[in-house]
Design a protein around this ligand. Structure first.
Ligand SMILES: Cc1cc2nc3c(=O)[nH]c(=O)nc-3n(C[C@H](O)[C@H](O)[C@H](O)COP(=O)(O)O)c2cc1C
Length: 369
């Protein structure tokens, strides 16, 4: 493909894919799941293949509390990725997040790159996606267009403040964001999910969202794909030394995923929390659920698996691993996870004490409820 022939938004999407596949884009923070332990039974009561991972999500039932997180669409060629993601999600009954639909709003000729996912699978929950910058620009009524473009069951509004700050062409003027979000939740035809992209959500911020009526968050915490590093490599590429230095200086910001789940859960038992950002193993996923996430999300490793041609195998073995861990905890349904013992140590424990979060682990609601 000739990059010059396509729009700037589409072009950036392709550069992002290239960078996350070819450069070291994780760290320096970790997820802090390394401080979480789930003491297991050496002799499970239930066979792993009989473990029930099904949960309800957005009015449908999914095969596992696992979302393919928002990644792509909007550039010619990305329809192949979205088609394969949707086909595999269909087979495994998983929810699918689409990449930002900004390009589809700007240029109707690329709508098919998103639309292909719904055309490939009628049954799975599909989550539309738009950035807070576009929500401010177009106004809350744009959510209707975003949702109908792909027959979405929900729309994620992504908050990528730090990415925009360091992005060579970024715009970090989001001060109207809260007001627009509050209106958006009132007028949206489908549930609004407020989603980070890898820096996590804090308790105070989630409380504000909750007070304005938001009931779904994707905390996308630190420890996985680091969008400051991604933009650092782009700044390097275009010779933007100022932005590169800025990215160097900010690359350690963020709330690790494990702690962000606890912070969000401390706000309410009613809140639906997607725990994502650096979920890399089935054990990470089950830890996230035990800390209070209703579902988990994975992005970059799935893109790698797609390019290797191993996406279905990756997800199948991930689900098998989750079942094995759940069985080892002495339960047969993932929705019972809050009954299982959990130990937190080190920095995570210190943070919980400093923020008065110790009670949260006793509060965990039914997963997926
Ligand atoms: C190539 C790529 C493109 C992404 N594009 C979007 C996007 O358009 N909208 C969004 O909300 N998040 C986007 N993300 C962020 C992911 O949804 C996720 O929140 C983040 O990468 C952290 O998850 P991970 O550590 O499993 O990659 C993208 C991630 C990747 C890897």
């Amino acid at each position: 493909m000739v990059l010059e022939d396509i729009g700037r938004t589409s072009r950036r999407k392709l550069e992002h894919i290239d960078i996350v596949l070819s450069k070291p884009v994780e760290g320096p923070l970790t997820t802090w799941f390394e401080y979480v332990f789930l003491p297991q039974r050496a002799l499970p009561r239930v066979d792993p293949d009989l473990v029930d991972l099904e949960v309800p999500f957005l009015g449908r039932r999914v095969g596992a509390p696992l979302i393919i997180s928002a990644m792509t669409g909007g550039a010619p060629g990305t329809e192949r990725i979205n088609r394969t993601l949707a086909e595999v999600a269909c087979t495994l009954k998983l929810a699918l997040g689409l990449g930002s639909q900004r390009a589809g709003l700007e240029d109707p000729s690329v709508v098919y790159t998103y639309r292909v996912s719904r055309d490939s699978c009628a049954e799975i929950p599909i989550i539309g996606n738009i950035g807070i910058g576009e929500l401010i620009k177009y106004g809350p009524s744009v959510l209707e267009r975003v949702a109908s473009m792909v027959e979405a069951d929900a729309v994620a509004v992504h908050l990528n403040y730090f990415q925009e700050v360091v992005q060579p062409e970024g715009a970090s003027h989001f001060s109207a964001g809260m007001e627009v979000l509050a209106k958006a939740v009132e007028v949206s035809p489908v549930p609004v999910i407020v989603k980070e992209v890898g820096f996590g959500l804090s308790r105070e911020f989630v409380q504000e969202l909750y007070d304005m009526g938001i009931r779904y968050v994707d905390i996308a915490g630190a420890g996985g794909t680091n969008w400051i590093l991604v933009e650092l490599y782009r700044a390097e590429e275009v010779g933007d030394t100022g932005k590169k230095l800025l990215a160097e200086g900010l690359k350690e910001v963020g709330i690790p995923t494990a702690i962000s789940i606890l912070e969000a859960r401390s706000v309410s038992e009613e809140l639906f929390i997607v725990g994502s950002g650096g979920i890399r193993t089935p054990y990470d996923a089950v830890k996230a659920l035990r800390l209070g996430a209703n579902m988990v999300g994975i992005a970059r490793p799935l893109l790698e698996a797609y390019y290797r041609g191993t996406l279905a195998d990756y997800l199948r073995s991930f689900i098998t691993g989750m079942k094995a861990v759940v069985a080892s905890l002495g339960i047969s349904r993932v929705s019972e996870i809050s009954r299982c013992p959990v130990v937190v140590l080190g920095l995570l424990r210190d943070w919980m004490e400093a923020r008065g979060l110790e009670g949260v682990l006793r509060l965990s609601p039914e997963v997926g409820s």
